[in-house]
Design a protein around this ligand. Structure first.
Ligand SMILES: CCCCCCCCCCCCCCCC(=O)SCCNC(=O)CCNC(=O)[C@H](O)C(C)(C)COP(=O)(O)OP(=O)(O)OC[C@H]1O[C@@H](n2cnc3c(N)ncnc32)[C@H](O)[C@@H]1OP(=O)(O)O
Ligand SMILES: NC(=O)C1=CN([C@@H]2O[C@H](COP(=O)(O)OP(=O)(O)OC[C@H]3O[C@@H](n4cnc5c(N)ncnc54)[C@H](OP(=O)(O)O)[C@@H]3O)[C@@H](O)[C@H]2O)C=CC1
Length: 494
């Protein structure tokens, strides 16, 4: 989201002088190498066309959320406190399996430290904090208010400081209670910290639901990670994921990333100009305005990947969702574990390292963590989102469009899936004929396999026992009689 925010600010707000972005070195790359890489990314193509010197406006500041004072140097603190007008705080850990102490440090303590830095900023007009619509997912109906925290954040921070990691791991389920993970729990605490430590700052809190690929800007379908539904779509498109627990009728509250960013910028403007007395919370969701369901998503994802297959699929794309635990377990056994075993056996026999079972184990872990969100419904009030829309000028409504009533879901899902192919997997659209050919080969393998299986069952079980043979002939003759009956009755009615 940070990248999309930077791109939109550069493209649509040319009067912005500079963007100070907090960056850490990572994976052997220095801070400046990472920023260089980010600016080369396809996401910035339109900005690059409009203004090839756009990089001059980006000023990276070295920072690490795990460190005291966010590890910002005194000189940088000086620069930030004298230059910044608006803070957008979207850094966080979004992992669902993050150990509590880590999630607390990244999502709560770092927010506290950024707020304390913001208090020193001499020209600050607004502080916009990105939360999540699921911060209060233990409630069915969620209003645009900051709910009382599950525990006083300061007390938890003090207690976890002296506790051993093993003790923290043991008490985590008791602490998070009816929330599914440390992510939603710490995001709820972060909202409370924002409220408690806001002082005189003008605060806005944005709560997006499940952030997906872009809808319109800078081009449809842009996405560059495996988070949330993207990984699930890819796994289904590759024919790896064949079953998942989700409710067909539950609302799939996906929200395109460009909608979230447009709303975030509009909220920045409103907070700075209108200075609301208390922090305004914006539930940034689609379910109450333009609902779409997981069953429909499944249908459109499958249909897109059948028309635009991913390269080197493991099996033909054919994923089904079910809310029934036993049915799901059955299909996991038949459609995930059994083919994985056979493929690994094949790899072993051909002298290669088995890998499919390992991939499936990781997939099961990932989807196990997501199922909570795809198996139930929530209702979010979106009055503040509507209010904000009504405050924008006609031109701003177009430039910072977050009116999801106009979203055409089938078209969006198609672009989303193609986006995962092009921008996450870096596959070329011109190779689609070869991918289709590969699917035809998989279909033939399946037909051959089914025929061999049938012959095997016949030879082993049916041909050897008189009783099985009798049952078999009885079933076949019954089917034949039914067929003749229907044929005769359809001839009579003609
Ligand atoms: C057709 C059917 C339609 C139905 C469709 C239903 C969709 C139902 C979505 C609900 C979605 C709710 C979303 C709540 C909305 C927020 O509020 S917040 C933000 C969302 N946060 C996330 O999505 C983070 C979830 N991810 C994680 O917590 C961690 O990545 C995991 C899943 C625990 C895995 O951790 P890990 O084993 O340490 O490994 P990690 O390096 O992270 O990834 C390992 C592998 O898993 C892959 N992976 C990561 N995430 C995923 C994923 N989501 N899926 C698959 N693979 C994944 C990685 O690409 C990687 O693959 P390789 O590159 O190794 O081949
Ligand atoms: N994705 C989603 O579906 C949703 C996301 N959100 C919220 O939106 C915000 C942005 O999420 P999203 O863009 O999806 O997540 P990403 O994981 O892509 O971005 C998180 C950012 O936080 C930075 N960060 C994490 N740890 C550290 C650290 N120790 N030091 C410095 N920087 C760090 C990351 O930097 P680096 O690049 O160095 O890793 C990254 O830029 C988050 O607050 C999240 O809670 C809310 C609802 C849904």
């Amino acid at each position: 989201m940070g990248k999309v925010l930077v791109e939109k600010l550069l493209r649509s707000c040319p009067d912005v002088n500079a963007l100070y972005i907090l960056v850490r070195p990572k994976a052997g790359q220095s801070m400046s190498e990472r920023v260089q890489d980010m600016m080369k990314c396809k996401l910035f193509d339109r900005v690059r066309e409009d203004n090839p010197d756009f990089h001059q406006k980006i000023i990276p500041i070295s920072s690490e959320l795990m460190q005291p004072g966010l590890a910002i140097s005194p000189e940088d603190v000086q620069t930030l406190t004298s230059c910044i007008n608006i803070v957008f705080h979207c850094a966080a850990t979004i992992r669902f399996d993050e150990p509590l102490k880590h999630a607390l440090q990244l999502n709560v303590i770092a927010t506290q430290q950024l707020l304390s830095l913001a208090q020193q900023m001499q020209h600050l007009q607004a502080f916009i904090h990105i939360s999540t619509a699921y911060a209060n997912c233990n409630r069915r109906h969620i209003d645009e208010v900051i709910y009382p925290p599950p525990v006083e954040p300061k007390k938890l921070i003090d207690s976890l400081e002296w506790m051993d990691d093993n003790i923290i791991r043991d008490i985590t389920p008791r602490l998070i209670g009816d929330r599914p993970n440390t992510y939603t729990y710490t995001k709820a605490l972060a909202e409370c910290v924002v409220q408690q430590e806001s002082g005189k700052l003008n605060i806005g809190i944005i709560r997006p639901s499940i952030v997906g690929a872009s809808w319109q800007e800078p081009f449809p379908g842009w996405i560059d990670n495996f988070n949330g539904p993207s990984g699930v779509f890819i796994a289904a498109g590759k024919g790896i994921l064949r079953t998942m627990r989700a409710s067909n009728d539950a609302v799939a509250d996906l929200i395109p990333v460009d909608v979230v960013i447009n709303l975030t910028l509009a909220a920045g403007w409103y907070t700075a100009v209108h200075r609301p007395k208390t922090a305004l919370v914006y539930n940034c969701t689609t379910g109450g305005i333009n609902p779409f369901h997981w069953g429909e998503i499944e249908h459109h994802v499958m249909s897109t990947f059948k028309r635009n297959p991913l390269e080197q699929a493991f099996r033909r794309p054919n994923a089904n969702i079910t809310s029934n635990y036993l049915i799901n377990q059955y299909w996991i056994l038949v459609s995930h574990k059994f083919p994985a075993l056979i493929y690994d056996l094949f790899l072993r026999l051909s002298g290669q390292k088995p890998q499919m079972m390992r991939i499936f184990n990781r997939l099961h872990k990932a989807i196990g963590l997501l199922e909570y969100f795809s198996s139930q419904d929530w209702e979010w009030n979106s009055d503040n989102m509507n209010m904000l829309m009504s405050q924008l000028s006609a031109e701003d409504k177009k430039t910072f469009n977050f009116d999801v009533r106009q979203l055409n879901w089938p078209e969006y899902i198609e672009n989303y899936c193609i986006g995962t192919k092009k921008y996450v997997l870096n596959e070329d659209m011109s190779d689609i004929p070869a991918a289709r050919q590969h699917l035809r080969k998989l279909r033939n393998i399946r037909y051959t396999f089914n025929t061999v299986l049938l012959v095997f069952i016949w030879r082993v079980f049916i041909a050897r026992s008189q009783m099985a043979r009798n049952i078999w002939y009885f079933v076949v003759s019954l089917c034949f009689k039914f067929l003749s009956y229907f044929r005769a009755s359809s001839t009579l009615t003609q």
